[in-house]
Design a protein around this ligand. Sequence first.
Ligand code: FAD
Length: 406
Amino acid sequence: NANVVIVGAGHAGVQTAASLREMGHDGRILLIGDEPDRPYHRPPLSKSFIASPDADLDPLRSEEFFANNDIDLRLGVRARNLDPSTQRLDLDSGEKVHFDHLILALGSRNRTVPIEGAALDGVAGLRTAQDARSVRERLGNAQHVVVIGGGFIGMEFAAAAAAMGRTVTIFEAAPRTMARAVSPDTSAYLEGTHTAEGVSIQSGATVARIEGLGGAVSAVITGDDRHIPADLVLVGVGALPNTALAESAGIATGAQGSDGILVDDHLRTNHTAISAIGDCARFPAGPTFRRLESVQNAVDQARCVAARITGSPEPYQRVPWFWSHQGKVKLQIAGLAAGVDRSVVRGDLSSGRFSIFGYRGADLVTVESINKPGDHMAARRILESRGSLLPEQAANPEFSLKEVGP
Ligand code: FAD
């Protein structure tokens, strides 16, 4: 009959509450979220939601779900102070709550750009439903859109804005877009499709400052002193984990909190009654620690914690996977690209349907699929079961991926 308190009502927090009930937890569940909206899917905010003025938020669960499952959901309420020794949490509503288990599912927040003009009206990030509503409204009246950062969110937003007929320029400081997440071939393919839709991609280029007129953005000035008109600037330069609540309570975090809340392989912090999951958590992965920002990671970590609390503890060991929709392109990634030293292509790059298999030494570690969902599902299964797939087999479209066993 343990009393479980979950802070953060995003993908990880809501899944924890749902999985606890599915797995038979019959104690109290209090789910606290500081956003005012009923919990919703975050990925559409940079895709379908932004592209259509009438699109609604896509709820994570129905309105009745929380009441039917006896989940005490508090929205627009922020947890502001945590005392691990007495197992108490202070809410900004003035309430103090006691917990037997506390789950920190605090998510992450957007990085900002430390340049002149970054606070002008019309310079925005995209993380919450509130952000997305105001960016969407702005986009409705904008003509010239500048995107700072060619990562997932910047590229997705650029595709949506270009499809609406806006002039779109992406500035990416690295030599290529999406460099941290995908292979050079996949970056090149995505850049080609964006360019074909009229997006200007400026790689290896920075924005030095942003100019305004009457308090609203009017242009960006590049590092090499070019003047690009802009009435909307979308900043997509990555995210930082929300760690302040944990740090101020003396819970261990990575370097300066910027790396996330440290957890063990069962996702417990250095206080065993307190767990951290999703975007805010830094967890062991082989000889090192990692922090991931994806729905898969948030949901699977939620299930792992719920299983432990209901008496079936298992270490967290899932193969990460991601997706990104950029215009007509559906990219799916299984595994992680770090350390890849050999890549082979399955299919034809020019066909717009192919997969890239990345190897570290003899080991397959990641597969990027463009408009090839069958390859993606097979890749997840192969990576999960540590199946052996030689590069020659991966590159041969006649070789069936279904045949690969552990
Ligand atoms: P969140 O969903 O961010 O939830 C955390 C919640 O905790 C937030 O509501 C936050 O406000 C709240 N909170 C924080 N501190 C407190 C406090 N002290 N008190 C109360 N509440 C608090 N991932 C994919 O896999 N595929 C995609 O296509 C994709 N697209 C994305 C597009 C956008 C625009 C964004 C922003 C993210 C996208 N992601 C995508 C990433 C994915 O949404 C995140 O990895 C996922 O939401 C993480 O879930 P979470 O529960 O850890 O954090």
